[in-house]
Design a protein around this ligand. Structure first.
Ligand SMILES: Cc1ncc(COP(=O)(O)O)c(C=O)c1O
Length: 472
């Protein structure tokens, strides 16, 4: 009989060859594995991950996609999941379970202006639920009749499904997957460094925000119901809007009855040095979506939070036959799994008890300051960010802001890895502009770890770009 531990043991060469033969990796062209071995991650503790060959790396990406908020190796999360699974592993979300009730209640403590929580499994799904709410409301609420269209922003990302890709502002993610869903329209991004209007802040009149009104009018205000937006753009290049941006957006959306769907999938749970990314701004979203950091990715969980007014739209009167199906007819099988809620409750407890949002703020400003010293290098165009969410954009030449090439980026990433540090980058997203490095470590990061990360990147930049090399 096989022991329970068998699934934890492996043969290194067998894993390497079975990885090549059987596994289809996310977001990678497998042509590169003709001559290259894919890294296989086998262990982790704190911010350090270990690969199957025994190499250790300092992970400045919180698990590759910015989601392991509390760091690796948290036994208390594993224990919470184990205890919950023994007690009651699953029942469909049409019913209540204790961890779902407790975690919804915990989330609402952190969202005083929200009233109901709807659980699902991924950021894409949480956004899809929001889109479905906009669309169903447009059909059943007389005051929102026909308001089914949803605006999204250039460079923002909201997920990988066909509908969320239809709301995606990153052309390389969309290429070849069309035709897309009808009813989604793009508005400009708000990155000052590459202003879509070629203007300079603050004389620009914040045209990037005002342009939203033009799009609403062009589409027909009677048909626009939602605007989905990241508080700080993540995969599109770490873009923090100026302080005037969201209040202007809010006024426009209010004027035309457009719900603001705040996509907190990346920014939530302390990433930006506040519990929610949108807390940096004077804005009051109608719907908030979240995933990634919810359970620190120890388990898969996402949620869509709404205000009471939105929830009430779907309270149908069962005595009226014409209203029989006017409730939110949506389900997510794994939205009923209880282990993710247990993991999320424990991860959130850790964030609260260890004051990790404050650590994100404090360490984030140290990280930003240290990265800013790299702007003295000729290829560092801009460093930007907030909290533990920083980006460094590389250019061939500062004046023209001509981006570095894909092959230079690939070489640089290899050179950073050689320093035993993993950072992220804009990846297959923005044509010609996949040139921003990401620094998004777990919220537990220390000053010493920040020094290692920044030092490794400085060394790798100098090695990659000859114009940065110090001539003796
Ligand atoms: C801002 C944002 N929204 C939504 C998503 C989609 O989340 P998921 O990959 O869990 O579907 C992502 C993923 O990176 C994201 O960055």
């Amino acid at each position: 009989m096989r022991s329970q531990k068998d699934w934890l043991s492996y043969d290194v060469e067998e894993m390497v060859s079975q990885d090549k033969d059987n596994l289809w990796h996310h977001l990678k062209s497998h042509s590169c594995f003709e001559n290259l071995e894919q890294m296989i991650v086998v262990g982790a503790d704190g911010l350090v991950i270990k690969d199957i060959r025994g190499n250790e790396y300092l992970d400045a990406t919180s698990g590759g996609v910015w989601s392991v908020m509390v760091g690796y190796g948290r036994e208390s999360i594993a224990r919470a999941v184990y205890e919950q699974m023994k007690e009651m592993p699953y029942f469909a979300g049409a019913y209540g379970t204790v961890p779902a009730i407790k975690f919804a209640t915990k989330l609402l403590e952190h969202l005083p202006r929200m009233d109901k929580i709807y659980f699902s499994n991924s950021g894409s799904e949480a956004n899809e639920k929001a889109f479905k709410m906009v669309r169903l409301a447009a059909n059943i609420d007389p005051s929102r009749k026909g308001k089914y269209k949803i605006l999204y922003r250039d460079r923002d990302y909201h997920g990988t499904t066909v509908a969320t890709m239809s709301a995606g502002g990153q052309p390389e993610r969309r290429n070849g997957f069309g035709p897309f869903v009808e009813g989604f329209s793009e508005v400009p991004h708000c990155l000052c460094y590459r202003c879509p209007f070629d203007k300079t802040y603050p004389e620009c009149n914040i045209d990037c925000a005002r342009a939203i009104e033009d799009v609403i009018i062009r589409e027909g205000a009677e048909s626009v119901g939602g605007f989905v937006v990241e508080p700080v753009t993540a995969g599109g290049g770490i873009i923090m809007p100026v302080k005037e941006y969201f209040p202007i957006v809010q006024d426009i959306c209010k004027k035309y009855g457009v719900w603001i769907i705040m996509d907190e999938v990346v920014c939530g749970f302390g990433r930006t040095g506040k519990f929610w990314g949108h807390e940096h701004f004077d804005v009051d979203p109608d719907i908030i979506t979240m995933a990634k950091g919810l359970a620190s990715s120890y388990e898969a969980l996402s949620a869509t939070a709404v205000k009471q007014e939105i929830y009430d739209i779907f309270l149908n009167d069962l005595s009226k036959p014409e209203e029989q199906t006017n409730f939110f007819r949506d389900i997510s099988t794994y939205g009923g799994c209880t282990a993710p809620m247990a993991a999320a409750l424990e991860s959130t407890r850790i964030i609260e008890d260890e004051d990790l949002v404050e650590n994100s703020r404090k360490m984030g400003s140290i990280l930003l300051e240290k990265l800013q010293t790299l702007t003295s290098l000729p290829v560092v165009g801009e460093v930007r960010g907030v909290g533990l969410f920083c980006g460094l954009e590389l250019v061939q030449e500062k004046q023209s802001k001509t981006p570095v090439t894909e092959s230079q980026m690939a070489e640089l990433m290899g050179n950073i890895m050689a320093e035993k540090v993993i950072v992220g980058r804009t990846n297959s997203s923005l044509p010609g502009l996949n040139t921003t490095l990401y620094f998004v470590p777990c919220l537990t990061v220390s000053v010493e770890e920040i020094d290692i990360i920044v030092g490794a990147v400085e060394t790798a930049i100098k090695k990659t770009f000859k114009e940065c090399q110090v001539v003796a």
